[in-house]
Design a protein around this ligand. Structure first.
Ligand code: PEP
Ligand code: MN
Length: 353
């Protein structure tokens, strides 16, 4: 349920109403939008009568029910306004959100050694990326495939962060590793295979770093948003949703089916920012540029693209990785699309030299 306050409501009145709601056993969150302030209520609201609730204060403009099973992530919980995730990086704060320039994340599937991760970081940074991605802990279908270098790769990510000034996005698979991962990561990634790992969602929700929540490969949109709800319910409002392709019936030509229609759908359902990953979404480097452009046209807030200095030798996901030269070329092309939708950062990326 949400309480929409009249503009100009004194903050003491908002606190008074929130306290009253808490005394009824509800959780009350104040959300300050550009024009209005709303109080989002979660808990046993079924028996409450919106008309009667208006009596609580003359400053209340409207009381509305949030009809969806997800509350905190739902667009109506913020009275229709988008939220933005602000991320601290060594080069300054980068914001991902609907009303902000596009943010590009690039890097290898796995962190393989110091030379490759630092080289990739410097190249993608020079091309205009704001974040370096790279897995230290890798979820692999086969137990015999490369599993990631684990903790030692976290140190290599820290080195690449220091050398490039890029923010780091890396995956956590196990609650036991979260503290170590969050020490290095500017954004903690929860991968597709862990989208419904509820203990992990609760733990990333109880820490401070923003979370990139990838869509499970067979997850419905409601399941994905309910997974995000776990993170917000645990106290962390900074969640970015990443579409990375879903499993459909043709795997001969595409690894996954990149669901770009999800962008306009999510816009109606949630205020959370959106990232599109055309690398896992297609599985093939040759298809990445077309789908990256399509994602910008469809309104994505950010893109995640796998880049490897030598894809033929990559320890994971080589076929879908661009070379740094290909990434340079793609960024040039994306700038045309980004400008066409008014979302290409016109200034050099934060902290670039
Ligand atoms: C990855 O980002 O390398 C990864 C494993 O992604 P996903 O969870 O989307 O498969
Ligand atoms: Mn990968």
């Amino acid at each position: 349920m949400i309480i929409v306050m009249k503009s100009g409501t004194p903050t003491e009145e908002i606190s008074r109403i929130s306290d009253e709601m808490r005394s009824w056993g509800l959780s009350a969150e104040t959300i300050v939008g550009t024009s209005k302030c709303v109080i989002g209520l979660v808990g046993e609201t079924r028996d409450l009568d919106p008309d009667q609730m208006k009596e609580v204060s003359p400053w209340i403009e409207q009381v509305m029910r949030v009809e969806k099973p997800f509350k905190r992530v739902s667009r109506s919980f913020r009275h229709g306004e988008a939220s933005a995730v602000k991320i601290s990086t060594p080069s300054g704060v980068v914001t991902i959100g609907e009303n902000h320039p596009l943010v590009i994340v690039a890097g290898p599937c796995s962190v393989e050694n110091e030379a490759m991760i630092v080289e990739t970081a410097l190249r993608v940074k020079a091309a205009g990326a704001s974040f370096l991605r790279g897995g230290a802990y890798k979820p692999r279908t086969s137990p015999y495939d490369f599993q990631g270098h684990g903790e030692s790769a976290l140190h290599l990510l820290a080195a690449a962060r220091a050398a490039s000034g890029l923010g780091i996005i890396t995956e956590v698979m196990d609650t036991a590793d979260l503290d170590k991962v969050a020490e290095v990561a500017d954004v903690v990634q929860v991968g597709a295979r862990n989208m419904q790992n509820f203990p992990l969602l609760k733990r990333v929700g109880a820490q401070e770093k923003p979370v990139l929540l990838k869509r499970g490969m067979s997850a419905t949109i409601d399941e994905w948003l309910m997974a995000a709800e776990y993170i917000l319910a645990a106290g962390n409002p900074n969640v970015i949703l990443c579409e990375r392709g879903i499993r459909t019936y043709d795997r001969q030509y595409l690894r996954n089916t990149l669901d770009l229609a999800v962008i306009p759908v999510l816009r109606t359902l949630t205020h959370l920012p959106i990232m599109i990953d055309p690398s896992h979404g297609t599985g093939w480097a040759t298809y990445v540029p077309a789908m990256a452009k399509a994602a910008i046209a469809a309104g994505t807030d950010s893109l995640m693209i796998e880049v490897h200095p030598n894809p033929a030798k990559a320890l994971s996901d080589g076929p879908q990785s661009l070379t740094p030269d290909q990434f340079d070329q793609l960024m040039g092309e994306l700038s045309v699309f980004g400008r066409a939708v008014g979302r290409w950062p016109e200034v050099a990326p934060v902290g670039s030299v």
